[in-house]
Design a protein around this ligand. Structure first.
Ligand code: NDP
Length: 346
């Protein structure tokens, strides 16, 4: 298992050594007895997600975050795909495949598997349930479709566009955007990622934000008439530049602000008055509030995924002990696509 060692200071960049690989045995006791609601699972794939950095910090006020901190000395937890080995829960039986919250362990005892969905469709890569068909996909769907209500001909900008969520906004949702006749531009942090966006993931244009000394000028180049919808993944300077380029009645879905997670103090945003001038709606959201839409989302995404019309890029590391490095790598952009940890093939 991968244990979380101790809380990080605000502003500290996460390191591999903040986590430790240890061994222990699981006591089954009565945890999975019939009627106990517990399940024992074998973890197959684990998901690396930027919000896990927020969980590495001690919260002085629970209102500081939408999710509880990790417990020092306890295993890291997160989304994953697993097979049920024993079940005391009426909804799950031995052999079922599930995705949901689990531990960074080879085997986990999940006392409350209400956060688990049974995987009904196994004719697609199981790892997709950590991303495309899991929480990342639902996030893209909720933020773009539910919050932004894209309309025919609108212009869309996505930051961290080649990542787990972003590639969906540009692709699935970008595919939809194309159906709507939208124009989609993404930003990412390397040439490889920019090429991926343009050549594989269906973006109309893409640029490397690290090579742009003036983000405002870059956005004006791609959006001479302005931006209708901004899918916000990074915050900071990018958000400030976007605010200067929003169109009248634009919408900003605030999904995440990864550029701020390792700062002691968040950067100031200077152009908020543009929200008034342009009558822009800017709204934060939490994917966990949209679980009820998961069946609707799946219905929309499964057919094009099976037909190969949706391409999903994953970056997979093998073995649990390589999980900490993979997780930390999210914050330097080491991952190309959804970062997955393969724990066991079956
Ligand atoms: P990604 O797969 O996109 O991985 C993170 C990427 O962020 C990196 O690959 C890197 O790409 C980019 N990045 C890292 N540091 C910086 C920085 N300082 N400035 C700009 N970009 C940076 O992660 P996800 O797709 O899973 O998550 C994207 C965002 O969505 C995050 O902010 C996350 O917190 C948020 N999120 C929110 C949810 C919600 O419910 N609201 C649910 C899921 C995710 P690059 O090389 O392009 O810089």
């Amino acid at each position: 298992q991968v244990m979380f060692r101790d809380f990080l200071a605000k502003g500290a960049f996460p390191k591999e050594s903040d986590m430790e690989v240890t061994e222990s045995t699981i006591e089954l006791t009565s945890a999975v007895a019939e009627g106990s609601k517990g399940v024992l699972v074998k973890n197959l794939y684990l998901s690396c997600d930027p919000y896990m950095r927020i969980r590495m910090q001690k919260l002085t006020d629970p209102a500081e975050s939408y999710i509880a901190s990790f417990q020092p000395g306890s295993p890291v937890t997160g989304f994953g795909v697993a097979r049920v080995l024993e079940s005391g829960h009426p909804n799950f039986k031995k052999g079922d495949l599930v995705w949901g919250l689990t531990g960074w362990e080879e085997y986990s005892l999940l006392p409350v598997p209400e956060t688990c969905f049974k995987i009904e469709h196994t004719d697609i890569p199981l790892s997709y349930y950590t991303g495309l068909l899991g929480m990342s996909g639902l996030t893209a769907y909720a933020g773009f479709i539910e919050l932004c209500s894209p309309k025919k001909g609108e212009t869309v900008f996505v930051s961290a566009a080649s990542g787990a969520v972003g590639q969906l906004v540009g692709q699935l949702v970008g595919q939809l955007a194309k159906l709507f006749g939208c124009y989609v531009v993404g930003s990412a942090g390397s040439k490889e990622k920019v090429d991926l966006l343009k050549n594989k993931l269906g973006f109309d244009e893409a640029f490397n934000y690290k090579e742009e000394s003036n983000l405002d000028a870059a956005l004006k180049r791609y959006f001479p008439e302005g931006i209708d919808i901004y899918f916000e993944n990074v915050g900071g300077k990018t958000l400030d530049a976007v605010l200067l380029n929003m169109k009248l009645h634009g919408r900003i879905a605030v999904c995440g602000m990864i550029s701020q997670y390792n700062l002691e103090q968040p950067e100031g945003v200077h152009n908020l008055m543009q929200l008034i001038a342009k009558q822009v709606r800017m709204e934060g959201f939490n994917a966990l509030d949209y679980y009820h839409l998961y069946p609707k989302f799946l219905e929309m995404v499964l057919p094009p995924t099976k037909e190969g019309r949706i391409v999903y890029v994953e970056d997979t590391v093998e073995r649990l002990e390589n999980g900490p490095a993979a997780l930390v790598g999210l914050f330097s952009g080491r991952n190309v696509g959804k970062q997955v940890v393969l724990v066991a093939r079956e």
